[in-house]
Design a protein around this ligand. Structure first.
Ligand SMILES: [Zn+2]
Ligand SMILES: [Zn+2]
Length: 127
């Protein structure tokens, strides 16, 4: 994909508003979005404000419903690993290092779940 203005240059992204491909020379990087011109840049800012207002309106940022997949999945995984560790230790106490590895993995996954949960709380979105 090449730039809409400079046909010979490879595009680095597309404008969020008009979807034109832009090269590093033409790109305007706003707060978060890639845009091709000051006009699109302004529109992108407007869009963001509208979005924020909509989020507030529907209470998305204040009261997220349930936990997102990215938090639930590792939490479940961690729980399963702890159960497996307990079962392993109960069945075969002589090879306790195996459950120990499971516990370590459960801890790692648990930390991942915690980080995902914190990120979820910060942005307040169900993603
Ligand atoms: Zn544009
Ligand atoms: Zn260009």
């Amino acid at each position: 994909m090449n730039c809409f203005k400079h046909r010979e240059l490879t595009a680095v992204g597309t404008c969020k508003i008009c979807s034109k491909a832009v090269c590093p020379e033409c790109v305007l990087e706003g707060d978060r979005d890639i845009t091709c011109s000051p006009v699109c840049e302004e529109e992108s800012g407007l869009f963001r404000q509208l979005n924020l207002r909509a989020f507030k309106l529907y209470g998305i940022s204040e009261k997220p419903r349930g936990l997102p997949q990215s938090v639930v999945a590792p939490m479940l995984m961690s729980g399963i690993l702890v159960c497996a560790a307990a079962l392993g230790f109960w069945l075969e106490p002589k090879i306790a290092f195996v459950p120990a590895i499971f516990l370590l993995m459960a801890f790692g996954v648990g930390v991942g779940a915690f980080l995902a949960w914190r990120r979820h709380k910060e942005n307040g979105l169900n993603i």
